[in-house]
Structure formats: structure tokens, C-alpha cells
Ligand binder design. Structure first.
Ligand SMILES: Nc1nc2c(ncn2[C@@H]2O[C@H](COP(=O)(O)OP(=O)(O)O)[C@@H](O)[C@H]2O)c(=O)[nH]1
Ligand SMILES: [Mg+2]
Length: 188
């Protein structure tokens, strides 16, 4: 989840390519219109189903259920759901996710966790993306982190650049750790 343009699709494309996820990662792409992001994900090498919400500002559980039937992910794979871009409605709907990630990019302002607290309260991890742009924008990563922690003391925070690759190793480690924890929990 994130505001439009924070880098959800770019980060996913890079993750699929760098981790060589092949048939172990599947994607549901939510947007009001177009299949653009679905095509980008397919070109990166992952199976994807595009869901268009029309006038809707978020995905709901029924859309995800129908998308999953079509996507048909294999056992022990990771399914990533890219929600419609905005920091309001997607926070309010349970899609059955195991973990929720919010991306805040450095061009959006470090006050956004305070202005959209429900989104940051609903997330397990905040990725601060576009850290390559920090020299050019007024964005204080430690202030953004403090703001996120003030609305959600349990949120984890990682700084990344989906463009330069800085910080992505920590993101990949987080993803691997979450996947093995989920597989262990499912095996019990
Ligand atoms: N400088 C910079 N640009 C980025 C980064 N990540 C994404 N972008 C750019 O931000 C724009 C929106 O990215 P996109 O992935 O479509 O965002 P989405 O709407 O959240 O899926 C595109 O022009 C990307 O190239 C980054 O880490 N650094
Ligand atoms: Mg996108």
C-alpha cells in the first residue's frame, strides 16, 4: 500500500528480478484502470492478475478471492497484493493478508504518518523509498520514523531505493524471514 507513485510496482519488479523469485512469487495488481502495472510485473517474470476497481478506491476481500482463483498460486509461494494507490481507503479493509507493508517515499513529506495514521497503524513494515532523492528533498528519515512509531509503536522501518538498490538487502531478508515463519506456521 502507498500513495500513487511511491514506488510499489517498481519495488516489486526489482524484487522479482533480484531475488529470481520465478514461480515462488505471485502478484495481484489493483488499480482503478489500465493493465499497465500487471504488464510490468509479467515482464519482470512473475505470474500476475490485474484487478480494476473502476470508481473504487481500494481492493476488497471478494476481489482478492476472485483474483486468487484465477492466479492459482502454488503451495508455499508468496502472494503480493498491490492495492490501489492512496493512503486512506486501503487501510480499512481486511484482505486476509499475513503482513501489510506501507511505502512512504521521500517526495511525500515526513509528516504523512501523522496525517494518515490509520494506514501506518495498519502496517507491519514501513519502507521509506526513494532515499536516492534525499539530497534534493526536505525529508528527514528519522522524523518520518518517529512519526510512524508515534502512531504505531510496533511498526518496523527500512530505508530503500528501488532505483539504486540501496537498502534492498534488508528488505529481501525481511521477506525471506516472513516467508519461512509463515511456512513453519502452516506446517504445524
Ligand atoms: N528516484 C527514484 N524514483 C523511483 C524509485 N522508485 C520508484 N521510482 C519512480 O517513481 C515513479 C512511480 O513508480 P511506481 O512504481 O509506478 O509507483 P506506484 O504507483 O506506487 O506503483 C516511477 O517514475 C518510478 O521510476 C526510487 O527508489 N527512486
Ligand atoms: Mg503501481
Amino acid at each position: 500500500m502507498s500513495a500513487p507513485g511511491a514506488g510499489k510496482t517498481t519495488l516489486l519488479e526489482r524484487t522479482i528480478r533480484d531475488m529470481k523469485t520465478g514461480a515462488s512469487l505471485f502478484v495481484l495488481e489493483g488499480d482503478q484502470a489500465t493493465a499497465n502495472d500487471g504488464e510490468r510485473i509479467r515482464a519482470a517474470g512473475a505470474a500476475v492478475v490485474q484487478i480494476n476497481t473502476g470508481t473504487g478506491c481500494h481492493l476488497d476481500a471478494d476481489m482478492v478471492a476472485r483474483g486468487l482463483l484465477e492466479l492459482n498460486p502454488s503451495a508455499n509461494s508468496v502472494v503480493v497484493v498491490e492495492n490501489v494507490g492512496n493512503l486512506v481507503c486501503p487501510a480499512l479493509f481486511d484482505l486476509g493478508e499475513r503482513r501489510r507493508i506501507v511505502i512512504l517515499s521521500t517526495t511525500e513529506g515526513d509528516d504523512k504518518p501523522l496525517k494518515y495514521p490509520h494506514m501506518f497503524r495498519a502496517a507491519d513494515l514501513m519502507l521509506v523509498n526513494k532515499i536516492d532523492l534525499l539530497p534534493y528533498v526536505e525529508f528527514d528519515v528519522s522524523r518520518a520514523t518517529a512519526n510512524a512509531l508515534s502512531v504505531n509503536p510496533d511498526i518496523s522501518v527500512l530505508g530503500v531505493s528501488a532505483r539504486t538498490g540501496e537498502g534492498l538487502d534488508a528488505w529481501y531478508a525481511w521477506l525471506r524471514q516472513e516467508k519461512s515463519a509463515a511456512c513453519e506456521a502452516a506446517a504445524v
